[in-house]
Design a protein around this ligand. Structure first.
Ligand code: CDP
Ligand code: MG
Length: 738
């Protein structure tokens, strides 16, 4: 894929702040560019949320929990935490946390706010995501963090005493961790009346969230605080209070504040006929729009990295053709991808305004729906699909699935077109099909595997899951499944309490339960070093340098490291070869491996080793004893063991004609589930009789496609997990079928 660096574009930095391994956390003050600073100030003043500063500060002073609703781009994420900062909420040694469901949002927003504050990222303003903490203890006053990383902090500091205010942002996304956090904060608030919780959302589920915090919901319109001010409470005192939140107990009833945005109308269009390939239709539509010479950038919503890269490749071909026809002075297309794993500099390009004479056409995933604001968009082309988690408690399988979006989600996406001027949204489905979409997206809590959630709650001392206050209660069957899985991994004892030491250790490791169990087993099997590498590599985006359009070259590069043991050991081989090269950047380039991703994995690997040592374990290397590595993998992933059943001939997808079909060894609760190895796997054309997988993706035509697979010996199952498997062929009968 061609990177589209515009003339004079900084290569490694976004918003003047560098990220990742290049980041500067040395503590030196940023050089403040005064012109830039005053521009930023001017922009800030014009944001709708700024007009509500008095109300926000007043409500926050008065209420334990405030719900803030406002359209995307009105300034909730960037401005509200700065208002709190400037009003002194971080003055008493405690700081302000603002949570984001997405890592990319936490990083870009922190960078933007550091810029607005004129400080170096990681000093007064910082961010924290899993495995990456860019903040300075005692100095950072405002921290943007993923909801998951704040949950992790609660393990050490259950009452979040480090914070005076926790802003749970993008609450409408209803991510698993946001929901869990909202449930826990409700408990914290009872014990910490000085704490303030601000829940912000781009859509109108505010009442429900507020109701969750208190039955006696207090509704507050824009005028209300002033009216209240006529009574005993003067908002002015809140504003001028030199010591906000000085331990005074807050009003326990929550408040709701709606910020009126300035969204322009967006005209929505539908297809007359359904389309067979939405990527192609999206590109055709974008090119048609471009040809009409109407002003404004185009934002295309697709489902994942591959689709975005394919769209950019198609657009580049079109851009070349149009350039030849249009002559020198014609407006040019600037195709840009935007997805979570993209390097920061490229993300920045998609977010910033396009240079003169260029029309930005951004092919984005759901990250552009609400968490990131793109400048200059007036056309949205929406494929009306999203890649999302689904969990079937009967089969115990959590898979990524490309599914139609909800109407609420489509509305948010359309809204992206109306920020600058009246806009247009083209939905790539018929109006009739659209009317049949579900109204709202099902909260992630209700479509996820819950083992990690249950483990965290147990570690926080919350044992009775059924009595926990859930914003959206998860299905009871999913809860039972989670308990069964944790029990089978040794994390829970027979009374479903956190086991010692294994359960406590697993909760301590920043890995999902199966991988945490793999790492702990590896220490016992003498291959802790190798599995730490594998876990680190599974925690980053693909090690292969992004390769749109060069699949063959990529396959060749991969084949150099491929091994019959499968993908995880292949990653290990890449790692070893990279280490042998002295972590050489040129070597990485030659082998189509991402230096940036490997450096990040190296950092994560160190952190995992640190965690193990903190738990009193000394991980060693098995040198070249690969079977130890595969056995450790089996010890964590045995619930994902599958057996080769035979070859199925059906030729819907040419790549898969003659598919090797697998079934789960543990059974699937009577449900028929067909599994096959995903094309991206090194074992795709091999037929190991038994394997374990790390993740599955639900592909077209009902197949579950296994990714990151490892070939195992059938006799390992009863040897390593005798409580689950009696003999080579049979699972042990379990009441729940697990
Ligand atoms: O959170 P909300 O969607 O309400 O808005 P925000 O993220 O605080 O963004 C407010 C404004 O700041 C946007 O309208 C953008 O103009 C600008 N912004 C930006 O230019 N670059 C960023 N990385 C973030 C925000
Ligand atoms: Mg926001």
């Amino acid at each position: 894929m061609g990177t589209f660096l515009r003339p004079g574009q900084r290569k490694a930095a976004a918003f003047g702040v560098s990220f990742d391994t290049d980041r500067d956390t040395s503590g030196a003050s940023a050089i403040i560019d005064t012109e830039k600073q005053s521009n930023l100030l001017h922009q800030r003043k014009r944001l709708p949320v700024t007009r509500y500063q008095r109300e926000i500060l007043y409500l926050l002073e008065k209420h334990g929990c405030t719900v803030l609703v406002g359209e995307t781009g009105c300034g909730k994420t960037t401005q509200v935490p700065q208002m709190l900062l400037e009003a002194g909420w971080a003055a008493g040694g405690r700081s302000i946390a603002c949570t984001q469901p997405r890592r990319v949002a936490a990083i870009t927003v922190a960078a933007r706010v550091a810029d607005e504050q004129g400080c170096t990222l990681g000093r007064e303003v910082g961010y924290k995501i899993r495995f990456e903490d860019v903040s300075t203890s005692g100095v950072t006053k405002l921290k943007y963090c993923t909801d998951g990383s704040l949950l992790r902090e609660m393990m050490d500091d259950p009452l979040l005493t480090a914070y005076s205010v926790v802003m749970v942002d993008e609450a409408h996304e209803r991510s698993l961790s946001t929901d869990l956090l909202l449930g826990l904060l409700r408990k914290v608030l009872v014990q910490r009346p000085d704490l303030r919780i601000l829940i912000s959302s781009a859509s109108l589920e505010a009442e429900k969230v507020a109701g969750f915090y208190d039955a006696r919901t207090v509704k507050t319109s824009r005028k209300r605080p002033h009216q209240e001010a006529a009574g005993n409470d003067d908002p002015a005192t809140a504003l001028t209070s030199s010591d906000p939140g000085n331990g005074k107990p807050a009003d326990l009833s929550p408040a709701i504040l709606s910020v009126e945005g300035r969204l322009h109308p967006v005209q929505v269009h539908y297809l007359d006929e359904p389309c067979s390939d939405y990527v192609v239709t999206a590109i055709e539509s974008a090119v048609n729009l471009h040809r009409e010479s109407v002003p404004g950038d185009i934002l295309i919503f697709l489902t994942g990295q591959e689709e975005c890269e394919r769209a950019v490749t198609l657009l580049e071909e079109e851009a070349g053709r149009l350039r030849r026809i249009g002559g020198k002075n014609a407006l040019r297309i600037m195709p840009l991808p935007l997805f979570a794993g993209l390097p920061a500099a490229q993300q920045a390009l998609a977010l910033e305004a396009a240079p003169r004479n260029y029309r930005k056409v951004v092919a984005a995933t759901n990250v552009a729906e609400t968490s990131l604001t793109l400048e200059g968009v007036t056309f949205v082309i929406d494929a009306c699909h999203v890649k999302q988690k689904t969990y079937n408690p009967r089969t115990g399988l959590e898979a990524l699935l490309v599914a139609p979006i909800s109407q609420a989600s489509a509305q948010q996406r359309a809204g992206r077109a109306g920020r600058v001027r009246p806009g247009h949204c083209l939905r790539l489905c018929t109006q009739e099909a659209f009317s049949q979409l579900q109204q709202a997206t099902v909260p992630e809590m209700q479509r996820s595997e819950l083992a990690g959630t249950v483990l965290q709650l147990k570690a926080l001392g919350i044992d009775n899951m059924m009595r926990f206050h859930w914003l959206a209660p998860p299905p009871a069957e999913a809860m039972v499944r989670a308990l069964e899985l944790l029990h089978s991994l040794g994390a829970l004892d027979d009374d479903a309490r956190l086991s010692k030491p294994v359960g406590c250790q697993m909760a301590e490791l920043p890995l999902e339960p199966r991988l945490a169990a793999t790492l702990l087993a590896a220490v016992r099997f003498g291959c802790g070093q190798e599995i730490a590498t594998i876990c680190a590599l599974l925690s980053v985006h693909s090690v292969w340098a992004s390769g749109g359009g060069q699949r063959k070259a990529m396959e060749e590069a991969q084949s150099k490291f491929a091994t019959a043991e499968g993908d995880l050991v292949t990653y290990l081989n890449v790692w070893k070869a990279w280490e042998d090269s002295g972590r050489n950047r040129k070597w990485a380039e030659r082998n189509l491996v991402s230096q940036r991703v490997l450096l990040r994995a190296a950092d994560i690997r160190n952190q995992l080793l640190y965690h193990l040592r903190r738990l009193g374990m000394e991980p060693i290397s098995c040198e070249n004893e690969v079977s130890a590595v595969c056995k450790a993998i089996t010890a964590g992933l045995f619930s994902n063991a599958t057996r080769l059943e035979g070859t199925v001939y059906e030729s819907v997808d040419a790549d898969y004609s003659g598919t090797n079909s697998y079934s789960l060894v543990r059974g699937t609760g009577g449900q028929a589930v067909r599994l096959r190895i995903h094309k991206s796997s090194v074992l795709w054309r091999v037929r190991p009789s038994m394997l374990v997988f790390h993740t599955v993706q639900q592909g077209p035509s009902s197949w579950h496609e296994m990714q990151d697979v490892t070939a195992i010996q059938p006799e390992w199952l009863p040897e390593i997990a005798p409580h689950m498997f009696q003999s080579v062929a049979r699972p042990r009968p379990q009441p729940g079928g697990m």
